[in-house]
Design a protein around this ligand. Structure first.
Ligand code: ADP
Ligand code: MG
Length: 254
């Protein structure tokens, strides 16, 4: 198992943000974390990476997250934070190349592999023509693709993405989900992503995990998790469901 976490908890001061979460993730799987604002999605992702000091057992490839050297863990897992950043004037190519940092030698020397991987990722994401452009000139959607590209140049076994589709229009959201599914199925990547798009997540993820006040409210297939009673109590709005068990569609009743 790539990632195995049991009974994960975290509190910011005396405010409990996560409790009793168990999650596993294996190569080739796409898992979506859903839940309202403040339910603990970002905190869970950061806990799994060791960025916040969580309680419980969290291991990557059988080794506790705290025993991994950051540089080595970065070759295994790439992380896209909810608000990724770049330096002023930084180009697309420079941003993509930063994903190679965990492979650089002691003096920050790049290798020919870095160049090749960067170009491959640029091609995969349709960014070849933008390489010399400044990040500041990109649209929100283009910039987000570059940040996802930066994760891919890390050549990780797992991607942990915190709301990667926030700035994307409908078509780009679906394109992103399809790309992630392709990476999982063809390149055997493990993907865990936080998303607010219940229906799109339900249609593309192998498994949904619904968080509520830091705890797991439901987990499983879209059919299991996208239940109006469960969602109504978690989101505090009335929910109606359409479609069938294979393709459920939920909408808030307005
Ligand atoms: P989500 O990503 O699902 O919106 P978060 O993990 O960001 O949820 O937040 C979970 C809870 O922890 C929220 O109540 C939030 O206010 C709180 N929280 C998040 N980050 C911090 C922080 N740095 N300090 C204190 N409380 C925080
Ligand atoms: Mg968040």
């Amino acid at each position: 198992m790539l990632l195995e976490a049991k009974d994960v908890g975290h509190a910011y001061g005396d405010r409990v943000a996560l409790r009793g979460i168990s999650i596993s993730l294996d190569s080739g799987q796409v898992v979506a974390l859903i839940g309202p604002n403040g339910s603990g999605k970002s905190t869970l992702i950061k806990s799994l990476l060791g960025h916040v000091p969580a309680t419980g057992e969290i291991s990557w490839r059988g080794k506790h997250v705290r025993e991994w050297r950051p540089r080595e863990l970065a070759r295994l897992v790439a992380y896209l934070p909810q608000s990724p950043r770049h330096e002023p004037g930084q180009t697309v190519a420079e941003t993509l190349r930063l994903g190679r940092a965990p492979y650089w030698g002691a003096f920050g020397l790049e290798s020919s592999a870095d160049e090749r991987v960067t170009l491959e990722v640029a091609r995969l994401l349709g960014l070849e023509d933008l390489l010399d452009r400044s990040m500041d000139q990109m649209s929100g959607g283009q910039r987000q693709r570059v940040y996802i590209g930066r994760c891919l140049t890390q050549e990780p076994a797992a991607l942990l993405l915190d709301e990667p589709n926030t700035f994307l229009d409908l078509k780009h959201q679906i394109d992103l989900w399809q790309l992630l599914r392709d990476l999982a199925k063809k390149k055997n990547l493990a993907v865990l992503l936080a998303s607010h798009e219940l229906n799109i997540a339900g249609a593309h993820a192998d498994r949904l995990m619904l968080l509520h006040d830091g705890a797991l409210a439901a987990s499983g297939s879209a059919d299991t998790v996208l239940q109006p009673e469960v969602l109504s109590s978690v989101y505090g709005v009335r929910i109606e469901r359409y479609g069938d068990a294979a393709n459920p569609v939920v909408v808030p009743r307005i």
